[in-house]
Design a protein around this ligand. Structure first.
Ligand code: BG6
Ligand code: BG6
Ligand code: GLC
Ligand code: GLC
Length: 916
């Protein structure tokens, strides 16, 4: 009994002495909680630096965006291939995810060796080897000739701009293959796969092992938002708020950040805690000066640190009686598995003796105790450092969520964590001490990164399939040059039909004579009233023209026309118009003045003279009853009479295209075409009288209001009309009519967009598949919104804000799609409009027998004016389709009221001449 006590006493004394000795020797490796908290703060600063746009280039902790945005939600499914390269083992797997809707993953894997000559040889050979292993796996599993998506777990720092691409920043750990740094590893692998014609794999995702681990664990525990590797290397990833990630556009939701914490300290930030052993180890490594934090922590280095310490202690006579063996001098002789074995609770001491003996040493009992303690200090320091950095991440997560207490799960993997007997316990304990306000669950990843990578790939594959569906819908709006030439030709035919007496009445492009025969010559003068009805705004104007100086002064007022009046009775509409005139005269102090009036009336009218205009049919948003077939001048006169307050001399009725041409013609006599790209779409132009069969006389020219909006009403452009165009048409006030207008003008473009969005939402591709009340509301996308959404200067966030203003609750991804949809629709509109314009200018050129035509088009309309790309695309198309015409587009600054007044002035002069 006594002897046993004596032994125990002797042993504990020996132990105490040895421990004290080692503690003294490794004083610098023992880190107090105070130091750890300090390191934690430093790491917090480093993370911030890595996330900032300006500080990132010089930051040592790179905080790499991974483009993984969501943790698995259980809806993932399919069959996926997975490669896992960069840890201690290289593995190829196949994962079958969530068959029959229940969360379930089946995996088949195969490990392949990674000999040094491959991982430190030529880069292309490395990827060829990887491709060969994949081919072998697929052959064994009978997967050749099957198209499969692949997720690549690649455990090295890669700069990603999308999920399926990553530029290798630097090799770490044991890898150092030539010619890969700075290149995209996915392309490298794709290139190598070209040697295997029988394989059909689509690399959809590149993930770091930390990310794979986090995703694997998140499949079981949705609280998992951090992934940590403590294996050959060490690293962590976590879900960061998008609004904090400067390097990626968008502010919504979160994205996983691969911290690459292994590089912490590479800028000298940890010099005060690094020891001479760390420095020696670094010098002998494959990447001196790099991954300094990793080199104090991870499995690849722990054994070597222990060896360097033992060697130094032996040299100092503190161990093995001062004797060293050649093995103790050999780099890599002690591995992490040895450290783990030596620290085992019961067998540890015996293991230590065996290991040291195997190294050719003759350890005493005291030596074994001391060596065991060296291991403990080294591995403890590792766990402590890891804990400090992890505590920084957890604090960041808690602060991001503005929580007092954070409940979260950390997914962990890596051989050091898995095989070292004390490591997990120590790590967990220190983390909990450093961040007492975080309840952390540590979850060991059971199936490595593979399952997580398959999950990411599953999501990517779903996104890819959705992308295809979106592209398919938008492809309908992409017109080939051939199709545009076809449009131009058909328009040309319709223009001729409209002009010919025999076909005129049946023509869809009505080619209405306007009885405007010349451009203003500068002699016009006087005071005129003008009305401008049919565009976005209804305006009443007073126009003062001074002769000789080509100067015009205008005063105007905008009045609203309520929907119930636009679509009420004709009498109500005209009474309202007269009411507005009365208000205006009152406002201008002109009550009782009998002024000549020019009426811009932007609808198709059959005219027999300048002051007679029978409305053929309403277009756009008007539908007042009892007007079609009536003379608009008569209706206005009667309304004035009904009011019996003032009299007006209605001299001219003009279409807005004509008013616009005149407005511009006053500045540029070469302006012989008027174009409106606004609520509606239409063109007028000066035509040779001899070509206008419906009007007597062959001399000179007359302006023709083409009313090209009706182009296609006979079905001749149905080949390019999409289901969305048809839906817009069916929901309009005039189904079957104005088909070309409905593809090209502001009033309808937004509606086409809305129809596409509804369809994409129904397919589950937008707005989380929810069609909101707002989206069902006709007319929400006015031209101004389309124009804003498509503005190049707009960040995604602003697009989202506009959509929110419209009552559409969209994610960033939604916003991207909406912007694309708007782009496709407006581009087609501009191209179609360009094809129509090309037909007109080419006709003018040919009619005049000219080699080259130089002509100006006066333009107005909100679409043309506000949209960021419409005018450019329109002009490019005209240039392309009518290369022999030199067309200048002149924007009308003053609206068509001015032109209407000028026409009135000319008509008044002619009238007076006739009267005399
Ligand atoms: C494995 C993962 O389980 O752990 C790998 O599948 C990862 O992706 C590895 O790289 C990390 O540990 P080690 O010890 O193999 O480097
Ligand atoms: C205005 C003209 O500037 O533009 C109107 O004065 C014309 O006559 C209008 O109808 C067309 O554009 P929108 O976009 O208002 O229909
Ligand atoms: C190294 C790599 C890193 C990886 C880690 C764990 O630190 O740079 O990308 O996650 O090892 O394998
Ligand atoms: C509609 C009208 C037309 C007008 C055009 C532009 O197409 O029918 O007359 O010119 O809109 O406002």
């Amino acid at each position: 009994m006594f002897a046993v006590h004596l032994m125990a006493f002797y042993f504990s004394k020996l132990k105490e002495d040895q421990i004290k000795k080692v503690d003294r020797f490794l004083y610098h490796m023992r880190l107090s909680d105070e130091t750890l908290l300090d390191i934690m703060t430093r790491f917090q600063t480093e993370m911030q630096r890595g996330l900032g746009k300006d500080s990132n280039p010089t930051a040592s902790v790179k905080m790499l965006p991974t483009f993984v945005k969501a943790i698995p939600d259980g809806s993932e499914n399919g069959e996926f291939l997975s490669l896992d390269l960069g840890g201690s083992k290289f593995r190829v797997s196949k994962a079958q995810v969530s068959e029959e809707g229940k969360q379930h993953v089946q995996m088949e894997s195969q490990f392949y060796p990674t000999p040094n000559e491959i991982i430190r040889g030529n880069g292309s050979e490395l990827f060829e080897y990887v491709a060969d292993c994949l081919a072998d796996f697929m052959k064994t599993k009978g997967l050749t000739h099957k198209k499969l998506p692949l997720g690549l777990t690649f455990s090295f720092p890669c700069r990603q701009t999308k999920l399926e691409e990553g530029i290798l920043l630097s090799w770490t750990k044991k890898f150092k293959a030539r010619g890969v740094q700075g290149t995209d590893v996915v392309s490298c692998l794709n290139k190598a796969l070209k040697n295997h014609q029988d394989l059909d794999v689509d690399i959809l995702a590149l993930v770091n092992d930390t990310v794979g681990t986090m995703m694997t664990c998140a499949y079981d525990d949705p609280f998992c938002e951090v992934g940590v590797i403590i294996g050959t290397g060490t690293n962590a990833c976590y879900m960061e708020d998008m609004s904090h990630i400067d390097l990626v556009e968008g502010d919504e939701g979160r994205m996983c950040i691969n911290t690459e914490w292994g590089a912490f300290g590479d800028d000298g930030a940890l010099e005060d805690i690094r020891t001479e052993f760390d420095r020696d180890l670094d010098l002998g490594s494959l990447n001196p000066g790099k991954q300094l934090f990793e080199k104090m922590i991870s499995g690849l280095y722990l054994g070597e640190l222990v060896r360097l310490i033992l060697l130094k202690m032996a040299k100092a006579g503190l161990l093995f009686g001062g004797k060293k063996s050649s093995s103790l001098h050999t780099k890599g002789a002690i591995e992490t598995r040895h450290v783990a074995a030596m620290e085992k609770y019961k067998e540890g001491l015996a293991n230590t003796r065996e290991i040291l003996t195997d190294l050719g040493l003759e350890p005493s009992e005291a030596d074994c105790v001391a060596v065991q303690h060296v291991c403990t200090i080294v591995s403890f320091r590792s766990a402590n450092l890891c804990a400090a950095a992890l505590a920084a991440i957890l604090t960041r997560l808690r602060e991001n969520k503005k929580l007092v207490r954070l409940r979260t799960t950390v997914g962990v993997d890596g051989t050091l964590y898995k095989i070292h007997p004390q490591y997990p316990k120590r790590l967990h304990k220190v983390v909990r001490r450093l961040v007492p306000n975080c309840d952390v669950r540590f979850l060991l990843s059971q199936s490595g990164s593979t399952m997580g990578a398959a999950m990411v790939t599953a999501v990517a594959s779903r996104v890819q399939a959705q992308r295809k569906q979106i592209d398919k819908a938008l492809a309908l709006f992409q017109l080939t040059r051939e199709q545009l030439v076809g449009m131009q030709d058909k328009m040309r035919v319709e223009l001729e039909y409209g002009l010919k007496r025999d076909t005129h009445l049946l023509a869809t492009v009505k080619m209405l004579p306007t009885y405007v025969c010349g451009m203003p010559d500068g002699t016009e003068k006087g005071k005129f009233l003008a009305l401008d009805l049919g565009g976005t705004n209804f305006r009443v104007l007073l126009v003062k023209i001074r002769s000789g100086r080509r100067s015009v002064r205008m005063y105007h007022k905008i009045f609203a026309i309520p929907l119930e009046i636009m679509q009420g009775t004709g009498e109500e509409l005209f009474d309202h118009i007269v009411q507005c005139i009365a208000d205006f005269l009152d406002y201008m102090g002109l009550k009782g003045a009998q002024l000549p009036l020019g009426f811009t009336f932007s609808f198709p009218c059959r005219q027999t003279s300048i002051d007679k205009a029978t409305l053929i049919e309403w277009t756009k948003g008007f539908k007042a009853t009892d007007c079609e077939g009536e003379d608009m001048v008569d209706m206005l006169r009667e309304a004035i009479k009904r009011r019996n307050e003032f009299d007006l001399d209605i001299v001219a009725v003009v279409n807005d295209t004509v008013g616009t041409m005149m407005t511009c013609g006053y500045e540029d006599p070469n302006c012989e075409i008027g174009l409106i790209a606004g609520t509606g779409s239409n063109v007028c132009y000066m035509e040779e009288m001899r070509n206008i069969e419906m009007v007597e006389g062959d001399q000179g020219k007359m302006c023709i209001n083409t009313e090209w909006g009706g182009f296609g009403d006979n079905g001749c452009i149905d080949d390019i009309r999409t289901q969305y165009d048809k839906e817009v048409d069916e929901g309009s006030l005039n189904p079957g009519k104005q088909r070309y207008e409905k593809m090209t003008s502001g009033m309808y473009l937004g509606e086409i967009v809305r129809q596409i969005l509804i369809d994409l939402t129904k397919q589950g591709l937008l707005f989380r598949g929810q069609i909101s009340e707002r989206l069902r509301t006709r007319g929400i996308f006015e031209t101004k919104f389309l124009s804003q959404i498509e503005s190049d200067r707009l960040a995604l966030l602003q697009v989202r804000r506009i959509l929110q203003q419209l009552g559409l609750d969209s994610t960033c991804e939604d916003s991207i799609v909406v912007k694309e949809v708007c782009g496709a629709v407006s581009r087609r509109a501009a191209q179609l409009c360009g094809a129509g314009m090309a037909a007109i200018v080419e006709k003018r050129r040919k009619d005049q027998g000219l080699e080259h035509l130089k002509i100006t088009v006066g333009v107005d309309g909100t679409l043309y004016k506000l949209h960021p790309h419409f005018s450019t695309i329109l002009q490019e198309t005209v240039k392309d389709l009518a290369p022999r015409c030199d067309v200048t587009f002149l924007l009308s600054e003053d609206g068509s009221g001015k032109g209407a007044a000028l026409i009135t002035a000319v008509a008044k002069r002619l009238q007076q001449a006739q009267d005399n």
